[in-house]
Write a protein of this length. Structure first.
Length: 425
């Protein structure tokens, strides 16, 4: 019989080491918020394929929609012969995006591609080149998106040079000594010292930094950033690749902002486990690039569009936005109970069901506990719970469990987290 060890050996020989792997486990089957490995071992999945499985592994309605689509056609390339699911999904996402202006949507395949295209569209509309991103931000692994990403190791190491005219301002992070005013001041400093405001096309910001550590952008920061943007004709791009598709309690996290962004990128959970990404935004901005300027062979695959329409229906049928909020409350409460007896847990935070704990040596926020974080994640896996870490210092444990998971499963996962801390004490 196949074992994880045997597959790991083959993987190491056949796949480059640059492709990381959080757990030495190979899946055989997944259902909702549980997976079974090739040795028959069960795991609770609190990682959701990095925020891709808000509707769980193999949601029956998503699988049915994909199966139905497979019987009809699987590919034409939308730019050659078009199909209704692409248009219908665009209409649905346009209606969900905040702001009074009419919207349009472009589909692609990966999150990085969505961000690349948002930058292209913003440059085309403004006829400017500069982009200001934020420290600790993550936007993908292509060269432009790596340029935007605000953390060197391991993402950018050895891969430069990156595209010019990208600047990084400070992301507000009071826990680590950066106030909203500090962050806005750093934006103004870039506009004074590095690039004229009238050469900046856009700010790109995550409503909650994902890979960077689950830090929520405060509403007053977004309001301040938008005021600077409006003063200089700069666009605001919300990168919702990780926060979008209902993770934070609203379909888009930016629905909770005091102002609407001009462009929104989504991917990950949008199509419930199938590769699909989108740029949704103001129609006048989206229409800036000329005919033939946007697209891609697989962009907006009919299989993925059918899956995404089923995801939207599942959100309605199962009231998953409401569930995202109650799930977040239950997770935060459970984690706070664990934190009460565990000094290393220095912060419990989140927006909706995008929840994390941050670990410090002896609770001192100047001493991020990356090693303990690694050990907690490994200990939990040994006890049957798949967790993921994140954060600029590698000291954050994040939870991205399917919104379709039951309270009983959440509690089972929380108990494993508590036991893992206890075992390491
Ligand atoms: N933006 C954000 C905010 C992300 O979290 C990610 C993926 N972690 C990306 C972009 C890149 O998406 P992908 O890996 O699908 O290219």
């Amino acid at each position: 019989p196949t074992t994880n060890t045997a597959l790991m050996a083959r993987r190491q020989a056949a796949v480059p080491r640059g492709v990381g792997q959080a757990h030495p486990v190979f899946i055989a089957r997944g259902a909702n918020a549980e997976i079974w490995d090739v040795e028959g071992r069960r795991y609770i999945d609190f990682a959701g394929g990095i925020a891709v499985l808000n509707t769980g592994h193999c949601h029956p309605a998503v699988i049915d929609a994909v199966r139905e689509q497979l019987e009809l056609y699987t590919h034409t390339c939308f730019q050659v012969v078009a199909y209704e699911p692409y248009v219908e999904l665009a209409e649905r996402l346009n209606a969900l995006a905040p702001g009074q202006a009419p919207k349009k949507t472009l589909f692609l395949t990966t999150g990085a591609e969505a961000v690349e295209n948002a930058v292209k569209i913003a440059r085309s509309y403004t006829r400017r080149g500069g982009i200001i991103a934020f420290t600790g931000g993550y936007h993908g692994r292509t060269l432009m998106t790596l340029g935007l990403t605000g953390k060197v190791a391991p993402y950018k190491s050895g891969f430069g040079p990156f595209p010019a005219e990208v600047f990084h301002a400070a992301f507000p992070n009071p826990l680590h000594g950066v106030s909203v005013e500090d962050a806005l001041a750093s934006v103004r400093t870039i506009l004074k010292n590095d690039i004229e405001p009238d050469r900046v096309a856009a700010f790109i910001v995550e409503p909650v930094q994902g890979e960077g550590g689950f830090y929520v952008a405060p509403p007053e920061f977004i309001a301040g950033l938008k005021a600077i943007a409006d003063e200089h004709g700069i666009l605001l791009i919300a990168d919702e690749v990780q926060t979008g598709a209902g993770r934070t309690g609203t379909w888009y996290a930016c629905e909770q902002w005091p102002v609407a962004p001009d462009l929104i990128t989504t991917a990950k959970s949008l199509a419930g486990g199938f590769p699909l990404s989108a740029v949704t935004g103001r129609a006048d901005v989206m229409d800036a690039p000329g005919p033939g300027g946007l697209g891609g062979t697989y962009a907006g695959s009919p299989i993925a569009c059918a899956a995404a329409l089923a995801v939207l229906k599942a959100f309605e049928d199962q009231k998953l936005l409401e569930r995202s909020r109650t799930m977040g409350q239950r997770l935060v409460k459970g984690l706070k109970e664990i934190a009460a007896g565990e000094p290393a847990i220095g912060d419990v935070r989140g927006l909706g069901a995008m929840v994390a704990i941050e670990l410090f040596e002896g609770g001192d926020p100047h001493r991020p506990a990356a090693d303990l974080t690694r050990r907690v994640v490994a200990e939990a896996a040994a006890r049957g719970l798949i967790l993921l870490s994140c954060g600029s210092y590698g000291n954050v444990v994040r939870i991205l469990v399917p919104l379709t998971a039951s309270d009983a499963l959440l509690d089972e996962g929380l108990a494993i987290i508590a036991d893992s801390f206890a075992a390491l004490r």
